[in-house]
Design a protein around this ligand. Structure first.
Ligand SMILES: *[C@@H]1O[C@H](CO)[C@@H](O)[C@H](O)[C@H]1NC(C)=O
Ligand SMILES: *[C@@H]1O[C@H](CO)[C@@H](O)[C@H](O)[C@H]1NC(C)=O
Ligand SMILES: *[C@@H]1O[C@H](CO)[C@@H](O)[C@H](O)[C@H]1NC(C)=O
Ligand SMILES: *[C@@H]1O[C@H](CO)[C@@H](O)[C@H](O)[C@H]1NC(C)=O
Ligand SMILES: *[C@@H]1O[C@H](CO)[C@@H](O)[C@H](O)[C@H]1NC(C)=O
Ligand SMILES: *[C@@H]1O[C@H](CO)[C@@H](O)[C@H](O)[C@H]1NC(C)=O
Length: 357
């Protein structure tokens, strides 16, 4: 009898130990600390700024900066963007940059360079791409088969989906953030972009501007033949903002500028469901969708089925310039997709289009 009691006690202890370690592991996993260096170098510049204006809200800007060569175009785009944003903005910005070890060195030199002559104070933080991709492997695994042109290796796949797992990377006290491509040019204050959070629908987790080419008309070709949908059709109205989801067409989304309500994403019960393999596989099948543009394919698909989760921004917040589709089978309708009547806040030189600001 005693032996059985002993066995039960041992069993209970084992269970307790397993739970303890499981819990410890989980917490560690979620609050993973990312090392950042030289983040306080700009404390000096804080003096120029009134405390109330610095601390009222965080202006968190996320960038991905990997595989940078000494002379690569990305290197120049990156420094230009940092300088450009600081030039036109009135708020205290925190740059959060996802880097590999080589890009980190280059970025550090560039931040230091910019901070030596910038009139605006700012801070920066680095996050290692290997750590970042490791904590979103599950997301990448679900999405890569459907939204990557040629699934690759190492962290290269993760690069296309980082905005979707950013809530696991960003410090827990970060409530809102924007994630940007490096091929952007801000014509106006980044504060205007952050003000868009105030207009978010009560369920909206992300904010994105429309894709300005017929790429999703192309992707939905088969689906459109089988139904009378307006998904994939151009916006047939001057304003795309409406109380109705997707009135008069839906061009899909472009992920060059992504607004993230990180707090809502963390608390959302729906979000992990829509990112599950079963839901993604179902949506892809339903819309006969084969994409190649990474996270923006997922946002677009989400827009079909769960429009309340995404806030559509006006085109001026991500005025894309790529005209590739105009010369590849869509010359007749291209301009209808490409039009943007809204005042331009952000220009996006996608597909290597030169920005003539
Ligand atoms: C931090 O900045 C200082 C001064 O610019 C520099 O000497 C140092 O090497 C930097 N630290 C690291 C870890 O890069
Ligand atoms: C804080 O910012 C506002 C505008 O953003 C400006 O008008 C005001 O002068 C600033 N306050 C201080 C103390 O600098
Ligand atoms: C930022 O402003 C400075 C001073 O007006 C200007 O010389 C520089 O070209 C601007 N940089 C960018 C990237 O817009
Ligand atoms: C800072 O960057 C600019 C633009 O790339 C470059 O022309 C300049 O020489 C750099 N300054 C320093 C001190 O490295
Ligand atoms: C699509 O529209 C056509 C013409 O308006 C109509 O005849 C047809 O029934 C519609 N099909 C579906 C599936 O709604
Ligand atoms: C735009 O939508 C209206 C009604 O929603 C329709 O009457 C009109 O034909 C549409 N125009 C185009 C160019 O699709």
């Amino acid at each position: 009898m005693n032996r059985i009691k002993l066995l039960i006690v041992i069993n209970l202890i084992t269970v307790a130990i397993v739970f303890f370690f499981y819990d410890t592991f989980k917490i560690k996993h979620q609050n993973k600390k990312f090392s950042s260096i030289n983040e306080s170098i700009n404390a000096l510049y804080l003096k120029n700024f009134a405390e109330e204006n610095v601390t009222r809200i965080d202006y968190n800007v996320w960038l991905i900066y990997t595989k940078v060569g000494v002379d690569s175009p990305l290197k120049f785009k990156f420094q230009n963007l940092i300088e450009n944003i600081l030039n036109v903005s009135t708020v205290f910005i925190k740059f959060h940059v996802i880097v590999d070890s080589n890009s980190r060195k280059i970025a550090l030199a560039q931040f230091t360079n910019v901070s030596s002559h910038s009139k605006n104070p700012f801070k920066w933080y680095f996050y290692d791409i290997n750590e970042v991709s490791n904590i979103m492997l599950d997301i990448v695994e679900v999405l890569t088969p459907h939204f990557s042109s040629k699934p690759g290796t190492y962290y290269s796949d993760a690069l296309f989906y980082i905005s979707l797992g950013l809530y696991r990377v960003a410090p827990a006290d970060q409530d809102i953030a924007v994630m940007l491509d490096c091929d952007l040019y801000f014509k106006d204050d980044i504060l205007l972009l952050f003000k868009e959070f105030d207009w978010f629908k009560s369920d909206a987790l992300f904010g994105l501007a429309p894709e300005l080419t017929p790429v999703y008309r192309h992707v939905l070709h088969k689906y459109r033949l089988s139904t009378n949908t307006t998904f994939g059709s151009y916006y047939n109205s001057t304003s795309i903002i409406s109380h109705l989801p997707h009135p008069n067409g839906f061009q899909g989304y472009n992920s060059g500028v992504v607004l993230l309500n990180l707090r809502r994403i963390r608390e959302s019960k729906v979000y992990s469901k829509v990112l599950s393999k079963s839901v993604v596989d179902y949506l892809v099948q339903k819309y006969m969708f084969k994409g190649h543009l990474g996270d923006q394919d997922f946002y677009t698909l989400l827009g079909y089925e769960y429009p309340n989760l995404i806030q559509t921004l006006e085109c001026g917040f991500n005025r894309q310039l790529c005209t590739w589709w105009k010369y590849h089978g869509y010359s007749d309708v291209f301009d209808k997709y490409f039009k943007c009547k809204h005042p331009i806040i952000v220009l996006h030189g996608n597909c290597n289009t030169k920005i003539l600001s």
